[in-house]
Design a binder for this molecule. Structure first.
Ligand SMILES: NC(=O)c1ccc[n+]([C@@H]2O[C@H](COP(=O)([O-])OP(=O)(O)OC[C@H]3O[C@@H](n4cnc5c(N)ncnc54)[C@H](O)[C@@H]3O)[C@@H](O)[C@H]2O)c1
Length: 296
């Protein structure tokens, strides 16, 4: 149940987020803050319960940070967490934020496709499906869908409630209308959407990792210290954070996995430096283990 009563009875569009972990929870918070009814679908009652308390806390924190703490009762009503999908006809957007596993995403999306499109009539709202994948090819995920033209990537950034960007990723069969809708959802959330062709690392990870890898090679060959290399980018090029501190925040292991994927897809220029592999072997993963390029 949400602020507007039963789903679909009063004409309000509903957004569904499948998978209420780090990203799905953040996406739901962002939609609630934009005044949109949002339902998170988790896959067991226990996970749904844990997700609900985590997401409500995050919503309260975001509302208070934005000076909207007095709205929290109403905002809370916009959000619901369940193991079941809502009645399809008023749902306008489904975003999957499932774990990064192609087979899992394809199989759950095929169920979603059947549920939402089976009895859809011309009078129902238009529906698009977005994927928050950070690395899987949109066109490959889409092979499990009956309506791949209504599917695109919607790549959000962590932490979503405080982020500024969404990458709209255009698969081989994504229609222009789907891109336009996904873009306008990004704008509704106060994000700047960029439109990117389905390609490894999209725009953000590909460029971000390229800079990070070169910075690591520079530490490896003794060009300068991590702090000085970061200062070069912060003070010289006005980056808000240096590439090595960012690698520590993301996790050296997470960036290693992305670099390996990009090296596979785009060639040896993304081959991870030896220093990076050694740091992962020694559990120097960055902030989460207390040491990476910096001591935290
Ligand atoms: N974490 C990040 O910084 C980040 C940034 C951008 C994109 N992404 C992408 O977002 C997606 C989700 O990542 P995450 O970090 O939020 O993962 P996560 O593990 O925190 O969340 C995944 C959620 O999906 C749920 N889930 C699993 N199977 C399910 C099912 N069958 N039905 C419903 N829910 C199910 C899990 O219970 C969990 O809550 C991935 O594709 C990831 O690559 C992550």
């Amino acid at each position: 149940m949400n602020l507007y009563g039963e789903y679909g009875t009063d004409g309000f569009a509903v957004i569904v987020v499948v998978g209420g972990g780090t990203m799905g929870g953040g996406i739901a918070v962002r939609f609630a803050l934009a005044g949109t009814p949002v339902r998170i679908v988790e896959h067991s009652p226990e996970l749904a319960e844990a997700c609900e308390s985590r997401v409500r806390e995050s919503l309260a924190r975001a509302a208070s940070r934005l000076g909207r703490g007095d709205e929290i009762t109403d905002l809370d009503l916009l959000l619901s967490v369940d193991t079941a999908h809502p009645e399809p006809s008023n749902v306008e957007l489904v975003i999957e934020a499932l774990p990064e596993d192609l087979g899992l995403k394809q199989s759950i999306l095929s169920t979603i496709d059947t549920h939402y499109f089976a009895d859809r009539t011309g009078e129902d709202r238009d529906l698009i499906i977005g994927s928050n994948t950070s690395s899987l090819p949109i066109s490959e995920i889409a092979t499990s869908l009956q309506h791949p033209e209504r599917f695109c990537g919607m790549h959000f950034f962590n932490p979503v409630p405080a982020s500024s960007l969404v990458e709209v990723v255009v698969g081989e069969q994504t229609s222009d209308a789907t891109v336009a809708k996904a873009t306008s959802y990004g704008e509704l959330l106060g994000l700047t959407p960029i439109v990117v062709k389905d390609s490894p690392g999209f725009a953000s990870s590909r460029l971000g990792v390229a800079l990070g890898l070169e910075a690591i090679r520079m530490v490896e060959s003794g060009v300068a210290s991590a702090g000085d290399i970061d200062s070069a980018m912060i003070l010289g090029y006005k980056h808000p954070i240096g590439p090595l501190k960012l690698t520590d925040l993301v996790g050296v292991d997470v960036r290693l996995a992305i670099a390996e994927h990009l090296a596979n897809e785009l060639g040896p220029r993304f081959e991870p430096p030896e220093l990076m592999r050694n740091m992962v072997a020694e559990q120097k993963l960055g902030k989460k283990t207390g040491e990476g390029f910096y001591v935290w």
